[in-house]
Design a protein around this ligand. Sequence first.
Ligand code: KG4
Ligand code: ZN
Length: 338
Amino acid sequence: PHDVYILAIESSCDDTAAAILKNNTVLSNVVAGQKIHEEYGGVVPELASRAHQQNIVPVVDAVLKQAKITLQELHAVAFTQGPGLMGSLLVGTSFAKSLALALGIPLLAVNHMHAHILAHFIKEEGFDQPEFPFLALTISGGHTQIVKVTGFFDMEIIGETTDDAVGEAFDKSAKILGLPYPGGPLIDKLAKEGNPKAFHFTKPKVDGLNFSFSGLKTQILYFIQKQTAVNPEFIETYKADICASIQHTIIEILMEKIKLAVQETGITQIAIGGGVSANSGIRAALKATESKYGWKTFIPKFEYTTDNAAMIGIVGYQKYKEQQFNDATVASKARIAF
Ligand code: KG4
Ligand code: ZN
């Protein structure tokens, strides 16, 4: 079999990303973020769509140049079909379709959530690949899922959030503390200097493997309002302790459910993905289970945890090998069946 060169495009939310893969290795991987949303404290769909239109050509041009690959050398174009923001998805979908059509090469539609999970199969020195079956914990600004993965195209959601995603819990807590968007990385940074047991937040009671984070956000809001009424300097004085305590609570919620999932499935290989898996506290808690319970855990390279196109490319590569091509009628989907 010959080497396969795939151009992958990701535009589901507020990052315009492209990557070139040679089989299961990444030759180039570029992400153009969108600063424009910062002042709004969240992603504004219309602005995201417009920024994708401005970014997509330069980003694709950059990955081709970095990989030293010409358009004529490509074997296929992979793109994110969904889930995501419709206006954002449409930009990547239209671009991928036109390019594949113009070059006369196959088109590969990829589910963004599958990609966060299968990112573990990108070949990288120093990173092990999980074996089937494994449990995937996908934690991002839009999703919180526990997925039982039995094959590349054989996955089942066994737990998910009933309201906010875990990334939203981080971002909304950060907003309450007056931190800029996205606040997750800032909470992580501040938490390192704080006491995780300084303040106590109660964990939500949710049956089975599902999650809930909206109650935690409300609890934090009331707590801060109450404390600030007594001491206007409360946030400034205890910022690190507050962040450490919030992060500690979120880690406990996640670890409790993962432990339950292991109990219920008997699967002890755990792979995490999604932007929140960059969190140092979550990484440490997960790693600790290896010596504590004998689990095997997989944490992808940082650049493959947040939204990126390399993960779209690796799913595209698996689809390419199985000749699962899409025709030009394929359309973006804001919501997509797993
Ligand atoms: O996967 P991602 O880039 O985009 C989505 O598909 O949502 O995830 C973004 C989310 C944001 O909520 C951001 O605050 C969070 O990931 N995040 C973190 C950290 N780095 C990114 N949350 C906690 N700790 C971090 N270090
Ligand atoms: Zn994502």
